[in-house]
Design a protein around this ligand. Structure first.
Ligand SMILES: [Zn+2]
Length: 93
């Protein structure tokens, strides 16, 4: 078994679902998956661990966007709490 080839294949599988692989490369991976049960089971496990396997690039963008929205939201709440505390200090002191 060519372990170095398997290493490359497993790396390529991450791009397999989002049309990141084309033509010769995809065929190369397909051919290898047919003959290598190790890589085949690795891909099945990878798919199970990544339910959004088919839309990895999209969800990565969405994840980044959600992260930013959450950060802005947290900052906004922080500012509101700070202002509320600041105003109440001025009102009640
Ligand atoms: Zn392999």
């Amino acid at each position: 078994m060519n372990r170095k080839k398997c290493f490359v294949i497993k790396d390529l599988i991450k791009f397999y679902g989002k049309d990141g692989l084309e033509g010769e490369t995809k065929k190369w991976v397909d051919d290898h998956l047919l003959t290598c049960s190790d890589c085949k089971s690795w891909m099945d496990t990878y798919k199970e661990d990544n339910e959004d396997f088919e839309n990895i690039s999209l969800t990565d963008k969405e994840k980044a966007l959600i992260k930013r929205v959450k950060l802005v939201f947290k900052l906004g709440i922080g500012v509101i709490i700070f202002l509320a505390a600041w105003v109440s200090i001025w009102l009640f002191v």
